[in-house]
Design a protein around this ligand. Structure first.
Ligand code: ADE
Length: 343
């Protein structure tokens, strides 16, 4: 074993967090956790992980799951394409792999939504195959350890990181090695100013530490500016029920539910006119505090109105039970309290 691997794995044995997905070698459970953990913090994932697995305990259950249920189980995690891809992948597993995840890294890579990181994580944690799982945490560690200022989004960086880690990963301790690197990046070698080098097992060989560059690395490419879009959100209540519409099947937040939402920032009169034209008799309109939601590429600046209606018009209204079955994106969270009367 290399010095790097030995120090890392010893450190992990002493310092690992006890996380639910570290008690299993079931590839399905590992897959679910690793997909959830992309873009989402460990603490936020925990309740979702348990709930998802109780509802859908295996590949076959996921392959046959209703899309409404899937979206509901994912509500609040964001990046819903992740769960749509998981269902597609599960259907392939049922068709081609007897209802199990494929048993090798190479085959895992062919599944929708399973990239090099996820395939390596599943292959290492479930099967002990020696592939480095290189996520953002691990890139940070490697960038600092090697003192490599190539932007971490560049393929050249990825290649170098992989070459380095393939040379370090012990063939018989791949799972511990990969978990340890992820753990180190999450807890010791943190983003920005958070590197806690005093507790790092790799500090002796770390170029960034030696050169005082831990705060300059990793280098990231400048992100494109997000586009701002104005929206007007209508919390329309009629007979104790709330109006909800299903978003289109394609594009941002596809297939999720939302209160009636208009493009642009509308005035109270425009809102009244819009609803009246759709057959709603409006009793009262009051304006709500504005809200903002930041997506990867877009920002929504939302104006909100609470509307008391005297008829349903063209809209479908839902009581609490029906409402709670439906997945509403977190973007509308600031308005959730106004969608239904208080219990
Ligand atoms: N982030 C991604 N994968 C993880 C794992 N297995 N444990 C903790 N955090 C993670």
């Amino acid at each position: 074993m290399t010095d790097f691997a030995r120090k890392l794995i010893c450190w992990y044995a002493e310092n690992r967090r006890d996380l639910p997905w570290r008690h299993t070698d079931d590839p399905y459970r590992i897959w679910v956790s690793e997909i959830m953990l992309q873009q989402t913090r460990v603490e936020a994932v925990k309740p979702y992980y348990e709930r998802f697995l109780s509802a859908l305990p295996d590949v076959t259950a996921l392959a046959g799951a209703d899309d409404e249920l899937l979206n509901k189980l994912w509500q609040g995690l964001g990046y819903y394409a992740r769960v749509r891809n998981m269902k597609k992948a599960a259907q392939i597993c049922v068709k081609d792999y007897g209802g199990r995840l494929p048993g090798t890294y190479k085959e895992l890579l062919t599944l929708p939504g399973v990239g090099a990181y996820t395939a390596a994580a599943i292959a290492a944690f479930a099967y002990g195959e020696a592939h480095p799982a290189v996520d953002g945490n691990v890139k940070r560690v490697v960038s600092r350890y090697l003192g490599d200022a190539t932007p971490v989004e560049e393929p050249a960086f990825d290649r170098r990181a992989r070459d380095f880690l393939y040379a370090q990963i012990p063939p018989d301790r791949a799972a511990a090695f990969d978990q340890a690197l992820i753990e180190l990046g999450a807890t010791v070698c943190g983003p920005d100013r958070e590197a806690l080098c005093g507790g790092c097992p790799l500090v002796d060989g770390c170029a960034a530490f030696r050169d005082g560059k831990t705060t300059c690395l990793p280098v990231r490419k400048e992100k494109k500016e997000r586009k701002t879009e104005e929206r007007t959100v209508l919390c329309v209540v009629f007979n104790g029920k709330t109006a909800l519409c299903k978003r289109p099947g394609k594009g941002l937040l596809s297939g999720l539910w939302e209160p009636p939402t208009l493009e642009g920032a509308k005035s109270e009169n425009e809102v009244r006119a819009y609803l009246t034209a759709r057959g709603v008799r409006v009793q009262a309109v009051t304006s709500l505090p504005p809200a903002r939601h930041i997506f990867t590429h877009i920002v929504w600046e939302m104006k909100g109105y609470k509307v008391e209606a005297l008829s349903a018009g063209e809209f479908d209204f839902y009581g609490r039970e029906e409402y709670e079955k439906r997945a509403l994106p977190s973007a509308f969270k600031p308005f959730f309290a106004d969608l239904l009367p208080k219990r």
